[in-house]
Design a protein. Structure first.
Length: 106
């Protein structure tokens, strides 16, 4: 991941405790999949960018809301209600998070 234009580990970035941490695409994908795997008690290896959150994972509206809150907290972003209707797959989520974390060098 990146902080102030230089690459650093997550541990370094967390130690700096700064809100402008920039995640690479690989960082975002890994963290999104880890969150989903934890929330739905699945193996991370079974979750891909094509995984449909509602149909493949069986997420109901409450679970989806909890998942979005987890993403917002993890990445220090806001996802508006109007944006959630376009987030059907894991890949959609990754793309949205990357768009929200502007300046992403990866």
């Amino acid at each position: 991941m990146w902080y102030n234009g230089r690459q650093c580990t997550l541990r370094e970035a967390e130690r700096l405790n700064q809100p402008n941490i920039q995640f690479t695409m690989a960082d975002t994908k890994e963290r999104v999949i880890k969150i989903i795997a934890t929330q739905f008690d699945r193996e991370a290896e079974t979750i891909t960018e094509a995984t449909d959150i509602a149909n493949d994972l069986g997420a109901d509206s409450l679970e989806l809301a909890e998942l979005l809150l987890a993403f917002q907290e993890e990445f220090n972003i806001d996802i508006e209600d109007s944006e959630t209707q376009n987030l059907t797959t894991v890949g959609d989520v990754i793309t949205q998070i990357n768009a929200k974390t502007a300046g992403n060098p990866g």
